[in-house]
Design a binder for this molecule. Structure first.
Ligand code: ADP
Ligand code: MG
Length: 320
């Protein structure tokens, strides 16, 4: 392998579906889909910021795409295609092989073909930029500004494991190999609920994916929808691995922990049974955790005794 073009040909040129023009021209081409809106989203992953330098490349390939597919699911969209921007300080065939394998394995499973990208040398660290495109039926996208007073608030999956794994790996918690083994897959190989997200289009009102912490992300829905929320801590789906941990640490991880890549969504109370049935069909766990209230911006979490938890943990902010 001698240059950029060999690299692309060798690692990132697996065939796209027959109806597509994939890697190799100036643009990829995809057939239009009548009745659909095009959903588009990009996420950057920077070495040392979003992943550790020694991150396992296969898992990293998976995660780079997973965090983007999570945004499509949060909008109620089904994947159409993805593009991969890659900036690497050096050319390491074993790293590229494993990264590409992890990336394509998820792309194949999710039905999200890689149709293009860009590859450059980086002066310092690894930078990965993935763009995803998806389709959602016109008028059915799950927007952040669509929550209504009286809506139920739901989350998919479980909460807290990725945050604990991150704190263990960063040395913020004392070493605990058993706890790390039980939590690190949540951090390194997130599995966003793609089927559930698409099934919620036209059923749920507002949705987003939890990337920076439940409370902070739910706050975006409250702000965009000009309403408030009340949550019951006891109804939150705490990851099993957190069972023996001190209460304060659990609450921080569950309410404030990021890297979850599960959905938080709101829906009319009349649709409870329908939502439980469609979640079962999609193989996703969903929990009803509270309700949308009138008070703009007001966010309360009640403890087991019905008292508001204070202070509430903060989420992640890149510039804070
Ligand atoms: P251009 O110079 O016209 O932007 P490039 O030489 O950068 O084209 O890329 C050649 C082809 O390879 C294009 O189709 C581009 O989309 C694709 N490509 C480049 N890097 C990647 C990558 N990391 N993954 C997938 N496709 C890529
Ligand atoms: Mg280019």
């Amino acid at each position: 392998m001698t240059n950029e073009f060999d690299l692309i040909a060798r690692y990132f040129s697996r065939p796209a579906p027959a109806a597509y023009l994939g890697v190799g021209d100036d643009c990829a081409l995809m057939p239009p889909a009548p009745g659909m809106e095009l959903a588009a989203s990009t996420d950057l992953l920077i070495e040392g910021r979003h992943f550790f330098s020694n991150a396992e490349p296969r898992a990293l390939g998976h995660k780079a795409l997973a965090v983007n597919l999570s945004d499509l699911a949060a909008m109620g969209a089904r994947p159409v295609a993805c593009l991969l921007g890659l900036s690497l300080p050096e050319l390491r065939p074993d790293w590229l092989e494993a990264f590409a394998d992890g990336y394509y394995a998820l792309a194949d499973a999710a039905g999200c073909p890689l149709v293009g990208g860009d590859t450059t040398r980086s002066p310092s660290c690894i930078v990965i930029s993935v763009t995803v495109l998806g389709h959602v039926p016109v008028g059915q996208a799950l927007r952040r500004d669509a929550a209504r007073e009286g809506d139920d608030i739901w989350v998919s999956g479980t909460l807290g494991a990725a945050d604990i794994a991150l704190r263990l790996l960063a040395g913020e918690l004392p070493p605990d190999p058993q706890l790390l083994a039980a939590t690190r897959a949540a951090l390194e190989r997130p599995e966003p609920p793609l089927e559930l997200g698409a099934a919620l289009a036209g059923v749920a009102h507002a949705a987003l994916d939890i990337s920076d912490g439940l409370l902070q992300d739910l706050g975006h829905i409250l702000k965009a929808s000009a309403c408030g929320a009340q949550l019951d801590y006891a109804s939150l789906p705490v990851a099993e691995a957190l069972a023996g941990l001190p209460q304060a640490l659990q609450r921080q991880a569950v309410l404030g922990g990021g890297d979850v890549y599960q959905l938080c969504f709101t829906a009319a109370a009349a649709r409870r049974d329908e939502i439980l049935a469609l979640a079962r069909r999609c193989g996703s766990r969903v929990s009803r955790i509270g309700c949308i209230t009138a008070g703009p911006g007001a966010l309360q979490v009640l403890d087991e005794g019905g008292r508001p938890i204070a202070p509430l943990p903060a989420g992640f902010d890149h510039f804070n």
